[in-house]
Design a binder for this molecule. Structure first.
Ligand code: NI
Ligand code: MN
Length: 225
């Protein structure tokens, strides 16, 4: 079973039997993060978009680990221009990596690197590792195609933004849960900034009231799924 560790904000470490990956490793810039980028040992770095709170320490982590960055094409090329090894992909495309399968989904959001370089369209990731599927939506508003994503994939664990303002808020994330029909939900993208200071327990309460399994994963804690 893959093991998921919450690194704060939208950052997750996923350890499978064949490899470890990190998604959106925003660590040094996040005062709430409990691990330093230097402590991250991974084979792949998955980036949903170029915003500083997602690209984060991704390029430095990839270089230090000789890891490959998997990202939408424009963002991947940006990372390559900074010296990182890349595997560019794009929305709707899937690829079998040595550790498992990655498919890029749409995400309704923007994407620009902290230095102002436009980094194309943002994405979400469906990651299937050791027979289990994780859906990291990236930063996004609610979209009805989540119903299609739920129909076409047996999602074991979905991590959903709940912070509102930049992404879905709690009400929309609960609706997303209804569309996705995942086995379990974990909230992300809350509290890091003042404008996204919402209570994750409220999401869990509302999701459970609708019959979904959800839990708050404290920063630094792990679960197997
Ligand atoms: Ni963003
Ligand atoms: Mn964000």
């Amino acid at each position: 079973m893959p093991r998921l560790t919450y690194l704060g904000h939208a950052a997750f470490l996923v350890e499978g039997s064949k490899a470890s990956i990190v998604i959106d490793p925003f660590l040094s810039g996040n005062p709430l993060a409990t691990v330093r980028p230097q402590e991250i040992k991974v084979d792949y770095v998955l980036l949903t978009h170029g915003h500083g709170d997602h690209l984060g320490d991704g390029i430095e982590i990839a270089k230090a680990n000789k890891a490959t960055i998997v990202a939408p094409n424009e963002l991947a090329l940006y990372c390559s221009s900074k010296g990182a090894q890349i595997h560019p992909m794009h929305i709707g495309g899937a690829h079998e990596f040595p550790f498992g399968r990655v498919k890029l989904t749409i995400a309704h959001h923007g994407s620009v690197a902290p230095d102002g370089t436009y980094t194309g369209n943002p994405c979400g990731f469906l990651v299937t590792m050791d027979g289990k599927t994780l859906y990291h939506t990236g930063d996004t508003g609610l979209f009805y195609d989540m119903k299609l994503i739920g129909e076409m994939n047996q999602i074991d664990l979905a991590v959903l933004p709940i912070g509102d303002n930049f992404t879905m808020g709690i009400e929309d994330a609960v609706k997303a849960a209804e569309f996705l029909r995942a086995r379990m939900y974990i909230p992300m993208h809350f509290k890091t900034f003042e404008v996204i200071d919402v209570e994750p327990a409220e999401f869990v309460k509302q999701a459970e009231a609708r019959g979904h399994k959800a839990r708050v994963l404290p920063i630094g804690e792990s679960l197997e799924y």
